[in-house]
Every structure is written in structure tokens, then in C-alpha cells.
Design a protein around this ligand. Sequence first.
Ligand code: HEM
Length: 514
Amino acid sequence: MMTTIILDFQKCFIFIFLCFFSLLCYTIFFRKPKDFPLPPSPPSLPIIGHLHILLSILIHRSLQKLSSKYGSILYLRIFSLPIVLVSSASVAYEIFRAHDVNISSRGFPPTEDSLFAGSFSFISAPNGDYWKFMRKVLVTNLLGPQALKRSQRIRADELDRFYNNLFEKAVNKETVEIFEEAFTLTNNSICKLIMGRCCPEEEGVMESVKGLATELDDLSKTIMLANLLPPWLQKLVLSLFKKELKVILNSFNELLEKILVEHEEKQGEHHHDKDLMDVLLAAYGDENASYKITRNHIKSFCVDLLFAGTTTPAIPIPWILAEIIKSPKTLERLREELDSVVGTTRLIQETDLPNLPYLEAVVKEGLRLHPPEPIFERFSQEGCMVGGFYVPEKTTLMVNAYALMRDPNYWENPDEFKPERFLDTWKDERKEQALKYIPFGSGRRGCPGENVSHIFMGTAIGVMVQGFEWRFKEEEINMEEAIVGLSLTMAHPLKLTPIARNPNSLILNLKSRG
Ligand code: HEM
């Protein structure tokens, strides 16, 4: 009797063990990713799903609230179209490290053959031969370290102009709108880098670009949101703005065609100062180029760069200056650094930047709190596992960089402006398995303009702190946010009156440079 019970118990044990073992094998080897759950989905409205949240005015904040309540990876729905929202550093680490190739397209369906977000566009191009060819052209000839070294003089001239303009306003006791001054600096520099040989100031080309880039920026949110809609509704929404977009793009086309022709006419001449358009024209005429680009590719590429590269680096500058003015300790430490490294008899230059770690920390902290692109999009080509959840194929991924860079799990006192956090305590993210600082995105589709943007922001802030005291009329600076187009801007533009700190020596120095 006893032996029978023991035998039965043994059989029973072997049976249970086999069950567990097969379950384990099934989970490891046979279970398809599709069997895993989708990310959690917050309550939605019938039919439209979560559309109302995406339409909110401060979309980055509404999505931040949603993720702090329901989780750092969420599954949203616009009608029947899926969106996965990413709001934490660990999930960002996973998608940009483990799935970078899979998510290296933006998935925007082209808005016909238009020069913006159309089939010639670089920013919305899928990760393929065209995108790779143009990205290489961009890094080698405009935005990579060697190209930036070659174009230092252009930016130095624009920085002198920036200082002179502020100085003139100081002499006349005029108020300055900081964004406008910063935008002139970034816009003129980028225009000259792209097509400088043919945009003399008196023809107003750079002013026209400024106006067109601003108008395009205003329309970009509509285009991005339309891209998230089902095709029938997308067509309807885009048709409402088609005329407006066409007017802007026709003007861009006319302007760029004129500049292209001027470049072509001067192509035979021998000159050292080749700009990006010269390089693109050479590629256009090269029968052996690894990708055969067309005239429309060149124009659309320029529109993309003028759209992405002129307003975006100017937007953080007033935010950062406002934070500095609101924090007297930061201002004092920054001045000390500038005065000891640069001195008081010459103006900061971009070659000083590597020797100014506190200035770099101030700029980084400003971008952390006020990323000009608080949300950006990617697209999954194939289904994949993220944070233990299944992200289906052909799903838009929305990365909320704003929420991620204020995540209390990764940042101490996340809403406070504390540049010191980027000095000694700045941790190596690879060890942390977290991507907690992403104002420029990440991975192969990350922003190629990061280096030049740090030059613009560092030198502009340096000049404003080194050269001037700043006065404002209101009791305190209003830090309210607004979303204009896709950008996070100050709801109340920063208007200040400059007072020159050490006018004579700096001006003398500028004259000797010229
Ligand atoms: C503070 C300044 C800037 C910020 C915060 C910024 C931010 C971004 C972000 C978040 C993305 C998307 C990245 C991703 O998907 O991972 C992006 C893409 C891009 N940015 Fe910037 N950007 C800035 C300045 C510039 C400048 C100055 C240029 C050009 C002169 C530029 C050109 C581009 C281009 C071409 C792309 C698309 C890259 C691709 O799809 O391969 N950006 N930027």
C-alpha cells in the first residue's frame, strides 16, 4: 500500500514537473510576441479614441499627466489608428538601443509632391538609400565637426552683428525681444551656410526665409496631427490648409529656384567658399553619384533644413536667459567663469566653448526644462517587445521628451533649474540603462544639428551675459508655456532692456577683429 502511494506521488511529481517545463519551453521558444499584452490604455472616448487629448493646447503636459497616472508606456488610439506613447528614460533606452533600426522612420505618409513633408522630403523619408545619401551630405558638408570648423568665420561675423545690435539698443535704451534677436542670429547663419554665396543682405533673402520658416512652423502641428488620422479624415483636414501650404511652398520654390540658378551661373568660377547648394548641385550633375538626386530633392532638402534649423535653436535662448535672470547665483557663477576664461577685453568666441563647462551646463539645463521639440515621432516597421509589452508593426511612437526629462524617478527636483546637476554628478547613462536626456532625440534619426545648436546657444547666451545687464518692466518674468506649431515657446515673449556692462573695451576688440 505504502509503495503504491509513493509511486503515485513520484508520477504526480514528474507530471507536474513536465507541465512546468513545457510551459517554460513554450514561453521561451514558441510564444509569439503577439501573445504578450499591448501597453496599458487609458480610458478613451467612443469612436475618436484619444484624439481629444492630442488636440489639447499644451499637448506635452496633457500627455505627461496621462503617463504619470497610467504608466510610462501607453497604448493610445485615434479612431482605429494605434499610437504608443513613450514617457520614461528606461523605455526610451530600450527603444533607441534595442530597436533603433526598426523605428528609424517617421512614417509620415507624403503630402503629395509638395516640397515640405512630401515625397522628396528628407525629414519624413524612410530609412533607405535617399535618406542615407542626404544624411552623409549633411554631416560631411554642413553639420559635422570638420564642416563646422570650416564655417567658423560665418558664425563669428553673425555673432558680432548680434552683439552690435544689442549694444545699439542699449545705447538707445530700447527694449529687445530676445527671441527675435536670437532668430536673426540663427536664421542668417543657417542661410549663409546653406546658400551664402548668393544671399546678399540687401536683397532681403534672409528676411524672406525668416517669414516663410515661421509660417511653415505654424502649419507643422496641423500636418503632424493630420498624419495621425485615418486617410479619409487626413485628406479632409489637409484640404482645409492646402491653399495656405501651397502659397508658402510656392514662395519657397520661387526663392530657392532663383538661388539655384545663380549658383549654376557661377559654378564655373573658381572660389573656395563652397556652400551646401554648391555641393548639392555637384551631386545633381554627377552621373556616378551613389544616389541620383533631382532638382526637387535639392529644394525640398533646403526647405527641411530652413524649417528645422532656423527657429528651433533660437527658441531655447529666451528660456535660458530668463532662467539665468531668475537665478542670481547662476548669473554670478556664469559671469565669474566668463570673466576668468574669456576676460573682459574681448567677446566670447565659439572656440572658447570647450573651456566653459558651467555655460554648457546652463544651456543643457535650459534645454532639459524647455525642449523646443517636446514631442517627436517615430514609426515601428515591425512588431517588437518594449518594457514587457507588445508594440505592433506600423505603429506611430510618440516620444514625450518633456515628460521624460522631468521624470522624478531619474531627476532630483525635476522642475528646478539647477545647472550644477550637469557638472560632476552627471551619470553615465549607459550604466544606468536609461536615456534621460533627449532634447535632440536619439539613434540614427537623432538631430544632426546638435553641435551647431550648442554653438548658437552657448555663444548667444555667453554674449548676453558677458556684455549686458538686463532690466525688465514687470515684477517678475512670466514663464508660462505655449505651443506654437510643434515648438514649446514662451507664452509671453521675453522683452528686456540691455545695459552695456563694459562697452568700450568689447567694442574696440570687435573693431580690431573686423
Ligand atoms: C536646439 C536646437 C534643436 C533641437 C532641440 C532639435 C531637436 C530635434 C529633434 C527632437 C529631432 C527628432 C530626433 C529623433 O527623431 O530622434 C530633430 C531632427 C532633425 N533636426 Fe533638429 N533640433 C535642433 C536644431 C537643428 C538644427 C540647427 C538643424 C539643421 C541645421 C536641425 C536639423 C534636423 C533634421 C534635418 C532632423 C531630421 C533628421 C533625420 O530625420 O534624419 N535641427 N531635431
